[in-house]
Design a protein around this ligand. Structure first.
Ligand SMILES: *[C@@H]1O[C@H](CO)[C@@H](O)[C@H](O)[C@H]1NC(C)=O
Length: 312
């Protein structure tokens, strides 16, 4: 698959996961099950929130957007990964590869924005409960969601266009299971200085600012709950904020490790395994951690199911 310097590469091969052939079948079933769980879990949340009028509050609107984003985020990579596990050596065209990278960045950064918006929503709900409905007006909710979309669409476009300038000539085997921006940069034969610089500046800016906003929100929440200092409040704190923060740290930990300190883990196998964490595991866990553990959500599920039974 090594071509000479003159040929322009029109397709890539994804090497997939570093799994020994004898375990390929087992992992195929495992990933298929994880993908179906993610799709089903997130779909249930979106449908529940649409159907149940008790859940038409800002937090649930953001949660359903997060579920939608999770659903799309895994669907960008998983079907191709599953197809690749069945039949290795299926090429992916240059355009398809860049498209995958584009949508991966759109939904990846949308996820980050929504996590920030959710943290802010919880901050207002817990620290400023009396002003909640006037601050979190329907207009502001729509505004926050639309702004997140606009920013992520342009952010991903910017990185994709920067990558499209590069030429690929020698190696077209991507040692990854999807068209990852940093894996593609390693294959380019033109100068990637600008790309790396922009990724570091903009990616770092996005990650650090969003992480700071999330941390500030939760610090405010924790300190306001500790001031009440009843055991029930503290229990509530640990059950909601603890689970939110565990998803946030899993998501941010792997992304920061992969994109901002790429030299720290130069083994591609380790990188691939780490990117499984935020491409497969977090979108699968998000619906369970943010929504399905929630009492309102369980009640809504029961209401919706009972209504269906009655109408039968
Ligand atoms: C996302 O948020 C917007 C704006 O608040 C809302 O109108 C829309 O229904 C939400 N989308 C989903 C899939 O829930």
């Amino acid at each position: 698959m090594i071509m000479n310097n003159q040929t322009v590469i029109t397709q890539f091969f994804l090497l997939g996961l570093p799994i020994p052939t004898e375990h390929q079948q087992l992992f195929y079933v495992l990933f298929l099950a994880m993908y179906l769980t993610t799709v089903l879990g997130n779909l249930i949340i979106i449908i529940l929130i649409i159907l149940d009028s008790h859940l038409h509050t800002p937090m649930y609107v953001f949660l359903s957007n997060l579920s939608f984003s999770d659903l799309c985020f895994t669907s960008v990579t998983m079907p191709k990964l599953l197809q690749n596990m069945k039949s290795q050596d299926t090429p992916i065209s240059y355009v398809a590869c860049l498209t995958q990278m584009y949508f991966f960045n759109v939904f990846g950064s949308l996820e980050i924005f929504l996590l920030v918006v959710l943290a802010y929503d919880r901050y207002v709900a817990i620290c400023l409960p009396l002003q909640y409905s006037s601050i979190m007006s329907p207009n502001l909710c729509v505004c926050l969601v639309v702004l997140s979309w606009v920013f992520t669409v342009f952010y991903a476009m910017f990185h994709t266009l920067l990558l499209a300038r590069l030429s690929f000539c020698k190696n077209n085997v991507i040692p990854h299971f999807f068209c990852d921006i940093s894996a593609l940069l390693k294959l380019a034969c033109s100068d990637i200085y600008i790309n790396e610089l922009m990724m570091l500046i903009w990616g770092g800016f996005l990650l650090i600012i969003s992480l700071l906003l999330i941390i500030v929100s939760y610090v405010q929440i924790v300190s306001s709950i500790l001031r009440i200092s009843s055991t029930r409040a503290i229990h509530k704190l640990f059950s909601t904020c603890g689970s939110h923060l565990s998803v946030v740290s899993l998501f941010y930990g792997t992304i920061i490790g992969l994109y901002l300190c790429p030299s720290a883990n130069n083994s591609t196998e380790k990188e691939t395994a780490m990117s499984l964490m935020y491409t497969v595991v977090t979108p699968m866990l998000n619906p369970f951690i943010y929504s399905l553990r929630n009492r309102d959500m369980k009640e809504a599920l029961i209401r919706v199911l009972c209504k269906k039974k009655i109408s039968f």
